[in-house]
Ligand binder design. Structure first.
Ligand code: SAM
Length: 286
């Protein structure tokens, strides 16, 4: 490993370490972030792509390491991102294509990768306000579903996502990829089922649970006048009876055809855009 100093075209980049060896211990540590255990222990995760890294820096996320491909080192946007990362005390690594391939497990990796600190919003800090919508996911298992839901929650202007019970990790590489950057925009909280029920009692929020046996057409529920929490069931088992019984309404999305149910992320998308229909216009963006 060599240390270099460089003056970027658009800002001074200080300590940049050049790494070409897969055996480098820093690279090994970053690679280990593909495992949940290492992510939990270090409370960090990987996000790929220059745009994502810039968005995360803009939103004030703490960056620990910024890695860029040697082939991208002359790009002003890369130099700028590296300078910002250095200014925030992050380690900056200039690496070979081979190292990036191994970090991201992709044949055509992005030229910039960031290692960020995880953030979970304490459930008590979720204080739903009028016109706010939260999504609560009971034991969501599939990383692609969770990532897509976080992205869709962002697009619909939801205030946050609450993970209820044992769920897949929102900071897994596959989940972060599926969020397309929305992981940095949507607060995520965690709760046990009992904590969720207690939180519901303590808030003025209306919990609308979705259930295949729901008595109400989801389009006939009044989502105005109070904050709304859309509670979605597990992919295989659906919503357990205790959570369904605690909800203020049980909604069903009418279906035709032979499919038993909708995919969880699709059902969540339909619910979100219906619950926020009166708040979404082509003109209004957050
Ligand atoms: N076998 C599961 C069951 O019996 O509930 C199917 C679960 S479904 C794949 C995952 C979740 O998506 C459900 O728990 C529910 O929250 C939501 N969902 C899917 N289709 C729905 C529908 N037609 N109406 C209401 N919710 C639906």
């Amino acid at each position: 490993m060599n240390d270099q100093s460089r003056d970027g075209a658009s800002g001074r980049v200080g300590q940049v370490k050049e790494v070409t060896s897969l055996a480098n211990p820093i690279i090994k540590d970053i690679k280990a972030l593909s495992q949940k255990k290492a992510r939990d222990e270090s409370r960090s995760f990987i996000a790929e792509g220059l745009k994502l890294v810039i968005d995360a820096l803009d939103l004030g996320w703490t960056i620990r390491t910024l890695i860029y491909a040697k082939t991208a080192k002359e790009k002003p946007a890369v130099q700028q991102a590296a300078a910002r990362a250095v200014a925030r005390g992050a380690l900056v690594l200039e690496v070979s294509e081979k190292v990036l391939v191994s970090l991201t497990r992709r044949d055509n990796p992005q030229s910039v990768v960031g290692v960020f600190e995880q953030r979970f919003l304490p459930l008590a800090a979720c204080r739903p306000k009028l016109e706010e919508t939260y999504v609560a996911l009971d034991r969501v298992r599939d990383p692609g579903n969770l990532g897509t839901i976080i992205r869709t929650a962002d697009a619909a202007g939801a205030a946050g996502v609450i993970l209820v019970g044992e769920t897949t990790d929102p900071y897994a590489l596959e989940t972060v990829r599926a969020t397309m950057g929305s992981v940095f925009a949507v607060p995520v909280a965690r709760a046990t089922a009992a904590e969720f029920v207690a939180w519901h009692r303590a808030t003025r929020a209306q919990v609308v649970a979705t259930h295949l046996a729901g008595a109400k057409d989801y389009r006939e529920i009044d989502y105005r006048g109070h904050p709304v929490v859309l509670l979605m069931g597990n992919e295989q088992a659906g919503l357990p009876d205790d959570l369904a019984a605690d909800a203020d309404a049980l909604a069903r999305i009418p279906q035709a055809g032979r499919a038993d149910s909708l995919n969880l992320a699709i059902a969540t998308g339909l619910m979100l855009f219906e619950a926020r229909r009166h708040l979404l216009t082509l003109e209004r963006r957050r």
